[in-house]
Structures are given as C-alpha cells and as structure tokens.
Design a protein around this ligand. Structure first.
Ligand code: FE2
Length: 317
C-alpha cells in the first residue's frame, strides 16, 4: 500500500482553483516540445573549468550550426497558431546549464504563447551548482521539489527531474529512490481520483531509445512504478527522435519528440512538436496526437483511449 501525500503536495501546485477530485468535461490541448538548446549567452572562462569545456567545444564545432534559433522560433510561432492551453517543455533548454543560460531560458519561457511547464534535462544539470543558480530560476514554471503535479481540466501533469551531473562524454540520468517513491504515491492517488495522468520526464524510461551512455540508469525501476500504479501517457525528450513506443509490460504510450531547434536530414530527427488533445471519453480519456513541423504541416497522427473500459489502450497510427 502506498502512503498518501500531504494534501499541500498536490493541491498547492494546481494550476486551477478546482479541487483535485474535480474532473472537467472539457478538453485540454497540450503542446509538447523538448531540447530547444537555446543559443547560449557568452560563457565566462571560470564557468568552463569542468565538463562544460567539452560541451562548449562541441557547441562551437558542430552544435551551433544545427540547433538553430530560427527553427525554434518558427516552431513556437506554429504553437501560437494552434490554440493550445499549455506548453510542456521536457528539458535541455540550455547547453551548459550556466546561470546566464537559466536566466535566458526563463525569458524564453515567459514569451511562449501559452502558460508553460518545464522539467530539467541533463544539459541543464551538467555540473553541480547551487539550486539558486540553476533550476530554482524556473520554479515559476515547475516547482521547488520533484516530482511535481499541476492540475488543469481534470488532467494532472506530473514533472520528474532525471537530470544529474555526469562525467565527461556521459549524459545519463537518474530519478532516484526518493523521487520514485513520491512518484508512486502521487500517481496512485491521482489515478484513484480519476484524473488523466500525463507524465513528463527528460530521459526515456526504456532501454534502446538512446545509447547506454545517455540512458536512464534506473529505467527498470521507473518503468516498474508505471506498471504498478499506471499513467495515461508518458512524454520524454533527450533522444531528439520522434518516436512512439510503450512502457515495457504495459499499454502506456511513451511519446518522444525531436529537438525543437534541430536541423537534420532524417525525418524523425527534424524539429517538431507534439499537439495532444485530451478529452473525457466513456469514463476514461481520449488522447489525439498530431506531430507538427515548424511550418505547421502534420507529419504523423495517432489516437488512444485511456483506459478503454478498464481494458488496454488502443493505438491507431
Ligand atoms: Fe538530453
């Protein structure tokens, strides 16, 4: 049996004034984007006497020519045309996680065409630094602690922090025991309350979507949480791939998205964002996905019912 969270852990972070048990009959439209890797302000040499030095080299030699601000701006403009209620940003807004980059990303979040929710990625947690110089700058769009939940129209958006400092050439993540235990109690309670649980995590909680050096170290344990207490859909970034898979051993959709700024000849790597429309359906939820290119064209559609009369969900690609 999982312990109940204190009431304030959930209700004080709601977006709407509705109580946690209220399930709205209206739809909610979400934009999911990830890994924008916004153009960095100048990095002071004192801030680069660590793993950032290698990342800075990589940015100057290659990444700055493929992660383009204009691509990301076009994508955000398309979101603005697409009538969304909330923008979910699943990490790696920065390149080196410097305080100046966190400030610049906060200004970018401020300018998005709808209210935003954010979680950090590995680039945002590249080196150990005080919280006040890093993720605390994004608290307005997240929370003081993880996992957090925001509730809107009967949809619970849960944010996990999988970013950890790692040695050079590594980009692993870890959720950790403390967050996993809180996540399990939270998802169990939100499910019992009849809310649609949309979970956002930077590193995919599944083997094979990224090389081992970029993987979520406790992906098995995190997937086991989802198997035990469920979720309606899990969104991730990090891979820079537009993928659609499942949490192992479940029918829970696991949805990846390409980087919001990347130019790449491979269609699944080219910048995109996911438009998710969620509405009540037969005691559960229907979820409709449309993947948008920055020019507004739709490259892929899928839909699910979650759960469908307490049976497995269905994918219609
Ligand atoms: Fe990442």
């Amino acid at each position: 049996m999982t312990p109940d969270l204190p009431e304030e852990s959930i209700s004080s972070r709601e977006m709407s004034p509705s109580p946690i048990s209220s399930v709205s009959s209206s739809a909610l439209t979400l934009a999911h984007i990830s890994d924008p890797h916004l153009p960095p302000p100048p990095v002071h040499w004192r801030e680069a006497l660590n793993k950032r030095a290698l990342s800075l080299l990589s940015w100057k030699k290659h990444r700055q020519y493929v992660h383009l601000a204009q691509t990301c701006a076009a994508l955000v403009k398309d979101i603005g045309r697409s009538n969304v209620d909330t923008v979910l940003v699943s990490g790696d807004l920065t390149n080196f996680g410097t305080p100046d980059e966190f400030d610049a990303a906060a200004r970018w979040l401020e300018g998005l065409p709808a209210q935003a929710l954010v979680i950090p990625g590995n680039h945002d947690c590249m080196v150990r630094q005080s919280v006040s110089k890093g993720i605390a700058k994004w608290e307005r769009w997240s929370a003081q602690d993880y996992p957090y939940v925001r509730i809107q129209n009967g949809i619970a958006i849960v944010g996990i922090n999988s970013g950890i400092p790692t040695p050079p050439f590594m980009a692993c993540g870890r959720v950790g025991r403390r967050q996993r235990e809180k996540l399990e109690a939270l998802l169990e309670r939100l499910g019992r309350e009849g809310l649609c649980r949309v979970v956002m995590i930077h590193h995919p909680p599944k083997r094979g979507l990224v090389p081992w050096r970029k993987s979520l170290l406790d992906h098995r344990e995190v997937a086991a949480v989802f198997r035990r207490v469920g979720a309606e859909i899990v969104l991730h970034g990090h891979s820079h791939d537009a993928t659609l898979t499942h949490i192992d051993g479940t029918d829970i959709p696991l949805l990846g998205v390409a980087s919001a700024s990347l130019t790449d000849e491979r269609p699944h790597r080219q910048a995109c964002w996911n438009r998710l429309c969620i509405r009540p359906y037969k005691g559960g939820w229907s979820i409709d996905l449309a993947r948008h290119r920055p020019d507004g064209s739709v490259s892929e559609r899928a839909s699910w019912t979650r759960p469908e009369g307490h049976q497995a969900g269905r994918t219609q690609a």
